[in-house]
Write a protein that binds this ligand. Structure first.
Ligand code: DLL
Length: 437
């Protein structure tokens, strides 16, 4: 299997660490000199650039949060004049001000490079026809994948998001082999393809899925329905967009991080202290090479763990595991922490449920209630009621044992829950003050 940049991806770890250290020192000097925001924060912490001499010193540096980025809206964290910025993107956040990021020409080069790495790792190359079904616009998903795919020589079909019937027509008629979108939209496309009798007639062989969390159960479901190898890739606009990490086809078990560009740590989100290697916590990222908007210790809120085990593919980069959720997605229901991904993995253990679900939270009196709505398969719905009851009982038992709380369940008819064309909305929080996400 091809490796896009063997020198960088298979570099001995000690050598990579030396380069990371040099780039970290350079970065800290640069932001201290050029950006009042970082200088003030470092001064407040009693830190000078000279205090950062090794990767271990990273944890001395202050964190940067989404709120910090918003407070500096729109260009306060830009480290170069606008005349050197050739592209702007912004976060897909639905609440408050968006966070704005800029790219110099060299940033765009590096972005295409890191995307080319994970695209190649997923087995996609110049023989592929790739349909990009992310929305083109301020969202980083489409442009990041687009230039990465062009870089590896794939034939890019910039379908953008929406209009599912047209997506399928293009997919079929253009002989698309690689589908690029969110896993939830891929589910929707798979379902629509089945309905239109296209399921066995597509040439798809790979899915490059990212931008939201999904489970291994969802992967199996997509692979079976679309006849593909489904791969996961991760990134966020504040750091670059897609391209921070992606899975290799050989292992499909954790995403290789482009460590020469992004320094990753995991912290305990309560104590803010780094955890031991391999432990789960919040991912914090420092950009080592970004010019326009370098960022130090960005708190992603994404919950995952790092895996330093050597990988069968030969890359020496450490991997990050599937994101199990965001710390701000974590639901607290009657004092118990619940991640939507836990619900998803239970639902997809059952053959008669579809990967379309919604979690509804309400407050009744002083008590929080959680209802899980899930679509059941066409076959089961038109079958006998007794089968529905059996499924309902089994699902309720399993949800209770995995989540540790009692939940209500509503089995709904196929095609009744809203479909997403981008990032899925899995939670409707109707409690007082509860954020509706
Ligand atoms: O979603 C960038 C991206 C586009 C990544 C396309 C991959 C593919 P934002 O809109 O800023 O950027 O959202 C970033 O999305 O902090 C995670 O919570 C979530 N996310 C991104 N990729 C994954 C993934 C893009 N593979 C936020 N698994 C991040 C789980 C993901 N969550």
């Amino acid at each position: 299997m091809r490796i896009w940049n063997e020198e960088a991806e298979c570099q001995p770890r000690a050598e990579r660490a030396e380069e990371q250290t040099r780039n970290l020192e350079r970065l800290v000097n640069r932001v201290y000199d050029d950006l009042p925001y970082y200088r003030t924060k470092m001064d407040e912490a009693g830190l000078r650039p000279a205090h950062i001499r090794s990767l271990r010193d990273l944890s001395k540096l202050p964190f940067t949060t989404k709120e910090d980025m918003r407070a500096n809206y729109p260009y306060g964290l830009f480290a170069v004049p606008l005349c050197d910025v050739v592209r702007i993107h912004s976060s897909s956040g639905t609440t408050g001000r968006p966070t704005v990021v800029g790219y110099t020409r060299r940033d765009l080069e590096i972005w295409a490079e890191v995307c080319a790495r994970f695209i190649t790792a997923a087995g996609v190359g110049s023989d592929d026809v790739a349909q990009v079904s992310f929305g083109y616009g301020l969202f980083t998903g489409a442009f990041g994948l687009h230039y990465g795919l062009e870089r590896v020589g794939a034939t890019v079909v910039p379908a953008s998001s929406g209009n599912t019937a047209r997506q399928l027509l293009v997919m079929h008629d253009f002989g698309v082999t690689t589908l690029v979108c969110t896993p939830s939209y891929a589910c929707h496309l798979a379902e629509a393809a089945e309905q239109q009798g296209l399921a066995g007639k597509l040439k798809l062989r790979t899915g490059l899925f990212g931008a939201e969390s999904w489970t291994d159960q969802m992967r199996q479901d997509l692979e079976a329905k679309l006849g593909i190898a489904a791969t996961d890739n991760y990134g966020l606009s504040e750091v670059i967009g897609p391209g921070v990490a992606g899975e290799c086809l050989e292992a499909r078990n954790g995403m290789h991080i482009a460590e020469d560009h992004f320094l990753c740590e995991i912290i305990n989100p309560d104590t803010l202290e780094p955890v031991e290697m391999g432990e789960t916590g919040e991912l914090v990222i420092t950009t080592l090479t970004k010019e326009a908007v370098p960022i130090i210790r960005y708190r992603t809120r994404d919950i995952t763990r790092l895996d330093p085990e050597p990988c069968a593919c030969g890359r020496t980069t450490i991997k990050m595991h599937r994101v199990v959720g965001r710390s701000d997605d974590m639901l607290v229901v009657r004092g118990t922490n619940v991640f939507p991904s836990q619900v998803e993995s239970v639902l997809l253990e059952f053959e008669d449920t579809e990967p379309h679900y919604l979690i509804v939270l309400r407050r009744e009196g002083h008590l929080d209630t959680m209802e899980v709505q899930v679509e059941v398969s066409d076959a089961l719905f038109s079958d006998r009621m007794t089968d529905l009851r059996t499924l309902e009982r089994a699902l309720l038992d399993r949800l209770r044992s995995v989540l540790g709380i009692k939940v209500a369940l509503r089995l709904v008819e196929p095609q009744t829950l809203a479909r997403s064309e981008g990032k899925a909305k899995r939670v409707l929080d109707l409690r007082d003050g509860g954020a509706q996400s």
